[in-house]
Ligand binder design. Structure first.
Ligand code: AMP
Length: 121
């Protein structure tokens, strides 16, 4: 799937629409999800134009991959999610109901998170 540079996270990266930023560095942006599913719900995204996990790992440079992983760790630590446990989720493609076609990792925490796949399907 080709990258769509009009997706909402691309617009956030370009500063065309606002976000509630947690932090930003050369490789990643972390911001609060607009419809939080838990007391802690942060999205961590790479700055490069990658659609999904598989696109990112196959096509990103090693420093971009390490940079994103370290940003995820920082989000886990800075939000306090690590204190009582957290979940990382990355939806890729139709079966996973990916809504925004820019690779992102959800950091969820702050409460008991229930079954891994929930009740649907
Ligand atoms: P996914 O289904 O993994 O693609 O999830 C996309 C997530 O992006 C959802 O949890 C949305 O609530 C979130 N989202 C969509 N638009 C925005 C936005 N403008 N700012 C922050 N989060 C957003």
């Amino acid at each position: 799937m080709a990258y769509d540079s009009n997706n909402v996270f691309a617009k956030i990266l370009r500063g065309e629409i606002p976000c509630k930023k947690l932090f930003e560095d050369d490789f990643a942006l972390a911001f609060h999800d607009i419809h939080p599913k838990a007391p802690i719900h942060v999205l961590v995204i790479p700055k490069g134009p990658y659609v999904s996990y598989d696109d990112f790992i196959q096509n990103a440079e090693a420093n971009e991959i390490v940079g994103l992983e370290r940003a995820i760790l920082k989000a886990v630590q800075d939000t306090g999610a690590a204190t009582n446990g957290y979940r990382l989720i990355s939806n890729s493609g139709a079966n996973a109901h990916q809504e925004v076609p820019h690779y992102h990792v959800h950091v969820l925490g702050g409460r008991a998170l229930g079954a891994m796949l929930g009740q649907e399907g």
